[in-house]
Design a protein. Structure first.
Length: 396
């Protein structure tokens, strides 16, 4: 199954403006979040361009986790702030996220993993996140699929869960358009013009837009956009695949979004079935074809700690991209070498859940306003100058 279907004849819904105050490249959760946050502050002349359909890149997955269960304080803050937005989403944006507050459960099967989870839980608690370490027996109580003899401990954050990314993108898009943002689908960026080290234009197959500001929110395609602008964005596409089990007359037990740090296997409910996956090694490339090659690794992992999930009866599946950076964390910031070029990308699998806060943070940087995080906290300078990278341990 391929997650992007592009009509042979593009359905242009907007006339491309000749001038924009800012062009946002990418119509997923990051691009739409940044667009709405800027427009809600009174910024006009915003244009969002998306090469495919809106929200049909990495934001198109069936369900996405939402959590503040991270080890790095900045990631905790982004997750917590985004969760606060998701909880009032229906009232604020009108779309149904299908938010399921089932919790997040990380599993540890080594002493090192236990120590890392304990440290992360302490950090989360200090930042106001409801999370705790639980015993193997308690793990089995909240997720009966897990064999308690196969693990040493777990970290449970009961206020987390999962939601529908496409509904979030739609909500932001509707609200942004109401505020005057121009959104153009099937519009591919061909070039970014610069002069004297500053942005001056964006060229698409539909013509040239004169602008002095560009935000790259192009996800897995960001490296190419950065190259056009003259700023290196170390983002590579890595295929990830999931399986959706057959829907049953009676639902499976409701379990937390569960992830095993050792094997990278994960699971959560999907209506009356289960969503299953594993982050097994993949070579970076733009192959997004769905296959069942991940099942061998999944079955091997399930045999270790969730035997009843081996050889699942799958009804459908999905393939998409992680947009990975060298340290598997986001890059958000302003280019120091190209004036007017900004980036909000590289979230490496946890973009949807950080989308609301990341878009707000991006808007703060563009407007040079004080923010809830240091402006250079996620800068690409950490790679260019060999600075200390964000070290996130609660990821797979």
């Amino acid at each position: 199954m391929v997650d992007v279907k592009v009509p042979l004849v593009p359905s242009y819904t907007q006339r491309q403006p000749e001038i924009a105050s800012i062009v946002i490249i990418g119509g997923g959760i990051m691009g739409m979040s940044a667009a709405w946050h800027l427009a809600s502050r009174g910024v006009t002349g915003i244009v969002v361009v998306e090469q495919h359909e809106i929200g049909r890149g990495s934001s198109a997955k069936p369900m996405g986790g939402v959590r503040a269960n991270f080890s790095d304080p900045m990631n905790v803050i982004l997750g917590k702030r985004s969760l606060e937005s998701f909880r009032t989403w229906k009232e604020d944006f009108g779309t149904n996220l299908e938010l399921a507050k089932v919790g997040y459960l990380f599993l540890a099967r080594s002493e090192e993993e236990v120590a890392n989870l304990e440290e992360a839980t302490k950090t989360q608690n200090e930042l106001g996140v409801n999370s705790s370490m639980i015993t193997p027996e308690q793990v089995a109580e909240v997720n009966p699929f897990i064999d308690p003899k196969a693990i040493l401990a777990g970290s449970l954050s009961p206020d987390d869960g999962y939601a529908c990314p496409a509904a979030a993108v739609e909500g932001y898009m509707r609200a942004a358009v109401e505020l005057g943002v121009t959104v153009m689908d099937h519009t591919e960026v061909l070039d970014i013009g610069t002069s004297g080290g500053a942005i001056e234009s964006v060229t698409t197959q539909r013509g040239v837009i004169r602008t002095e500001q560009v935000i790259c929110a192009a996800g897995a395609w960001s490296a190419k956009i950065g190259e056009m602008a003259g700023h290196t964005l170390p983002v590579v596409p890595v295929r990830r695949m999931i399986g959706l089990t057959t829907q049953m007359p009676q639902a499976h037990p409701t379990v937390p979004f569960t992830l095993d740090l050792s094997t990278t296997m994960y699971m959560h409910n999907y209506y009356n079935g289960m969503l299953l996956g594993i982050s097994h090694p993949q070579e970076p490339n733009f192959n997004r074809d769905y296959s069942f090659e991940w099942l061998d690794a999944f079955n091997s992992a399930a045999e270790v700690f969730a035997p009843s999930l081996r050889n699942p009866q799958l009804d459908s599946g999905w393939a998409g991209f992680y947009e990975n950076t060298p340290d598997r964390n986001a890059i958000i910031g302003a280019s120091e070498s190209v004036s007017g070029f900004y980036y909000c990308t590289g979230f490496s699998g946890h973009g949807f859940l950080q989308g609301p806060a990341a878009g707000e943070f991006m808007a703060d940087i563009v407007q040079d306003r004080p923010s809830f995080l240091p402006h250079d906290g996620y800068s690409t300078a950490r790679f260019e100058q060999d600075l200390k990278s964000v070290i996130e341990k609660n990821i797979i």
